[in-house]
Structure formats: C-alpha cells, structure tokens
Ligand binder design. Sequence first.
Ligand SMILES: *[C@@H]1O[C@H](CO)[C@@H](O)[C@H](O)[C@H]1NC(C)=O
Ligand SMILES: *[C@@H]1O[C@H](CO)[C@@H](O)[C@H](O)[C@H]1NC(C)=O
Ligand SMILES: *[C@@H]1O[C@H](CO)[C@@H](O)[C@H](O)[C@H]1NC(C)=O
Length: 404
Amino acid sequence: MPTKLYSSIFPSVVFLSLVFLFLYSTLLPLYTNNHSSSPPIKMFLRSFSSSCNLFNGHWVLNSTKPKPFYDEACPFHRNAWNCLKNKRDNMGIINSWKWVPKDCRLERIDPWKFLGLMRNRNIGFVGDSLSENFLVSFLCILRVADLGAKKWKKKGAWRGAYFPKYNVTVAYHRAVLLAKYKWKPKQSKVSDQDGLKGIYQVDVDTPADEWISVTDFYDVLVFNTGHWWGYDKFPKETPLVFYRHERPISPPLGLLDGLQVVFENMVHYIQKEVPKNTLKFWRLQSPRHFYGGEWNQNGSCLFDRPLEEGQLDLWFDPSNNGVNKEARALNHRIKEALEGTNIHLLDLTYLSEFRADAHPAIWLGKKDAVSTWGQDCLHWCLPGVPDTWVDILVQLIHNNLGTE
Ligand SMILES: *[C@@H]1O[C@H](CO)[C@@H](O)[C@H](O)[C@H]1NC(C)=O
Ligand SMILES: *[C@@H]1O[C@H](CO)[C@@H](O)[C@H](O)[C@H]1NC(C)=O
Ligand SMILES: *[C@@H]1O[C@H](CO)[C@@H](O)[C@H](O)[C@H]1NC(C)=O
C-alpha cells in the first residue's frame, strides 16, 4: 500500500519540483534589485577565495566599537563632508553603528598591514563624486600608517595621496559619465527646438581623457558612474546626445538607454585594454535619502537612526516611484553589463540604503549652502559609512592579492 501510494505520488512530486525549480530560476533574476544575495553576485563572488557575501547583513549599534581612525584634522578632507568640523549632530552615534554581514566576518582594515600588502602598488578610483567621497575616507584611514602621506595629483588625477613609506599611490580620476563628453553650443541657424542652448556630445565608445591613459599605472581599479545620469544635470535645454564614431546615434537614445550603451562600451574597453592582472571592481550605486521632496524641493534627511529593513523597499523599489528609486534601477542595468566579465561587483547599495542618518544634511560648513543647494542627502559624512566601504573593499583586495 505505501509503495503504491508512493509510486503514484512520486512522479507528481518530481514534476512539481521541476516546475518550482523552473519558476524559481526564471523569476529570481527579476528580483535582483532587491538584494545583495541574488545569484549574479554569488556568481561574481565565487572567484574570491573566501566566498562569503559581505554585502548582506545588518547594522548593529555598538558603543564599544573602536573609534574612527581619523577626525576633522585629516588633511585630505573636503569641507562639505567634514561633518565633525561642521558640527553635525549625532556624529558619535553615526559612527557607533557597525555593519555585521550575515554569514561571515568583516574585519576592520589594518592600515599598516594593508599598505604592506600594497607596497609598490597603486589603487585608482574612476567615476563621480561618490568615488571621491570613498577616496577621502580611504586616504584618511591609510594616513594613520604613514603620516608622511602627501597630496598627489599627477596623471590627470583630481585628488589623491602618495604614501612614501610604502611607495603606494591612491587616487581618484574624475570622470562623471566615464565616457568622454563635450559641450557643443547651438549653431545659430538650427533653431527648431524650443529653448535648446546646445548639447553635450557623449562619445559612447571613448573613455574620458581623465582615465584613458592611466589604467596601466594602477594595480587595483574601482569604477562607478550613475549620479550624473539625470534630467537635473542635463535638462532638455542642454541634453546629452549620444554619438558613435563622431555621428549621432540614430534614432536618438534616451538618457537611460544611452547610459546602458555607455556601460556596455566602457566595460568592453576595460576588458580589452586594462591589463589582465589588474584587480577590477565596479561599485554599485550609493543610495540617496531625500525625504519629502527632491534635493531642490526641500527634500531632507534629518534622521537620527538608520532605516528599518522593512522600510527599504518603500524608499528604493522603483515600483514605488519614490524620490530615491534610481539607485536600484541603475544597478539592474550595471549588473547586466558586467555579467560574464572579470570585473568584480562591489555591491555597497544595500548596506548603504539603511543609513538615512549618515549624510551631511544641513551641516555643510557654509552659511547659505542649504538655501542654495538644498540639503546634502547624497554624499556621506566622514568619518562615516564610507569607512565601512573601505573595510569591505580592503577585505576583498586581501582575498585576491593576499594569496600571491
Ligand atoms: C561590540 O564590538 C566589540 C568590539 O568590536 C565586540 O567585541 C562586541 O562583541 C560587540 N558587541 C555587540 C553587541 O555586537
Ligand atoms: C615604486 O612603485 C612603482 C610601481 O608603482 C615602481 O615602478 C617603483 O620602482 C617603486 N619605487 C621604489 C623605490 O621601489
Ligand atoms: C522650501 O522651503 C522654503 C522655506 O520654508 C519655502 O519658501 C519654499 O517654497 C519651499 N520650496 C519648495 C519647492 O517646497
């Protein structure tokens, strides 16, 4: 009897399992925006010797967490992010939250050990001001191990430092779209479009001058772009127009499709031209936390604690069409462009989504900054969340270079 029952149920169980597996594998990729534990990331991480996911976890308030490595006196600060100097409220609490990954340990960077590992090697960041925010945190932390650190701006770098004790350079190359772009004023005769003042020509297949010729210099490269791809930076009077081989792409591409074509071309260039043994990362979007309106509509971020996990989708899921939806929307396209490459994902989005409490907000160090620019709910206070980004990046670099 049991055997008979078993044999009649068994085929249906197998069938149902197959159906389930099929649905699971087809539907799951559609939800890759939501979480860092999604399959593509696991796939990329497999190449790391320790295959744990540092990007998924939660923040724990821990008042015995060691103090940040640096304070307001670090010479590499940018004034608007120097929240201690600008007397931002809550800096003690902001830096008492600790990121605890779910299935593995995140070590705090040991600047002496790390610079020792990097001796005679260089690290480059390429992208927008969020990369610069990341860099400043990195420089201020590394300086602890070499107080002789000097500002370094060669080879087209926007900001950087040289650590003479270890012969290590860490620098940022500003290339907000990654691709080359230039302003072209309207030619007087062509005036068929309302209010058009000119265009920005984006050469989708050409890296910006700021980084095209320096990739040989770096042993580790960290790319990003994303925060400039909006109609606030490029309104319809001064739009981006996408070109290939010096001719406008036809039919013209919208902003997001143009972005995707640029991603694909930049990724292709990196794969082809950057030396094979250079360790390459692509940092996913840093989320913004404007509450109650956009940056130019009095949007604010005066929070005194991180968001709860249950709030994240409400804030960031594109289907809710909120002010801060673009990070996940762009991540989806970036992940697609990176699939099958040896560029490692640095998925700092999810952990940063929690930290509505950690932006400079109204503490910008200048009297009229808020009325002119609005609150800063985009960049991060330093010391602050980017210090955790540094810990994660450094652990991944150790995993890759430490075994040589
Ligand atoms: C707080 O941090 C300290 C030092 O890193 C650690 O030993 C302790 O276990 C942490 N406490 C909690 C509650 O996580
Ligand atoms: C410093 O590092 C560079 C590589 O970045 C290397 O070419 C140079 O020889 C090193 N200098 C010294 C003094 O070791
Ligand atoms: C922003 O706030 C100021 C002062 O409270 C107000 O005058 C202005 O109309 C507000 N702007 C928007 C877009 O809500």
